[in-house]
Write a protein that binds this ligand. Sequence first.
Ligand code: GTP
Length: 325
Amino acid sequence: MSNDRSAMNELHWLIDMVQTIEVGLVVLDSEYNIQLWNGFMENHSGVSPNSIKGSNLFEKFPELPEKWLKQKMESVFLLKNRTFISWEQRPYVFKFKNYRPITGRADVMYQNITLLPLASLTGKITHISIIVYDVTDVASNKLQLKSANDQLESLSQTDCLTQLHNRRHWQHCMEREFERYIRYQDPATLIMLDIDHFKKINDKYGHPAGDKVIQNIAYILNQSLRETDCAGRYGGEEFAIVLAKTTAEEALFFTERLRKKIEATETIFDNRKISVTISLGINDIKADTQTSSQWLSGADKALYYAKQHGRNCSRIYQITDSTEA
Ligand SMILES: Nc1nc2c(ncn2[C@@H]2O[C@H](COP(=O)(O)OP(=O)(O)OP(=O)(O)O)[C@@H](O)[C@H]2O)c(=O)[nH]1
């Protein structure tokens, strides 16, 4: 008799705990009808256990990912094994609002879910339990950290004046493109771009005006690129560009279009109009280009040639440029 009472007490406590625990507990039968809906589920869904008992889960919550969730649950019934759904795989299954003060920035509750097979006294799996853990704190911290790391990474790769790649990161992209050529022989062309007589611009209009000119050129350059191209600020008033899958002759169309566009654009600073021109050196990778620095050096020599021969022009690298430089 006292054993019975003790068992009754335990059952009573367990029911109390199931109702108040800060974890969502749901029991479904094999037709996905709800047999148990604890306090956590009631508090977050606003639906009471009495009003939901016996209802079909997917009819009550049509926004649930029915096909996907049924597939998961069927495998639990079939294999008699529990399965887990992490917030990283799917941020939530039940769309509950997040009320936590610390992680107030998250609108929804991030959830880890366990699907647990429940056996009857005969050992047959007749029901399944959905256990919902609120992991909003962990998820928000992890997402915030990831976003901060992404921001830091982007900052470490970006030139702050122009928002183009900085020299180090551009060089990294250039080397990657060179390796791609070695592997697949895809054509690629490197361009060095330098503003003509830029010292005079600084001297005449002042350094801040010069900065604005650099920013304007970077903006025009950025607008002219394709997804796969990579442009960076190589030095003060010098830019470097890699055009993927482009030969030197094709790159010449690009540089001439860019050159004319820049020539035709005025930078306004303190109500004064500033016009500049640019010179460009072009070099594609050839069969005898041994290293990425050789590739870069060819474009640099072609730029030097363009400067020597009147500026405001594009020049494709010729072997004779090496002897002139
Ligand atoms: N405003 C500004 N000027 C810069 C920056 N970086 C470099 N410069 C200036 O750019 C000028 C480059 O001058 P030079 O290398 O002599 O070349 P240039 O006057 O452009 O003449 P060419 O290249 O021969 O056409 C120098 O006066 C630098 O001070 C920058 O970030 N902002």
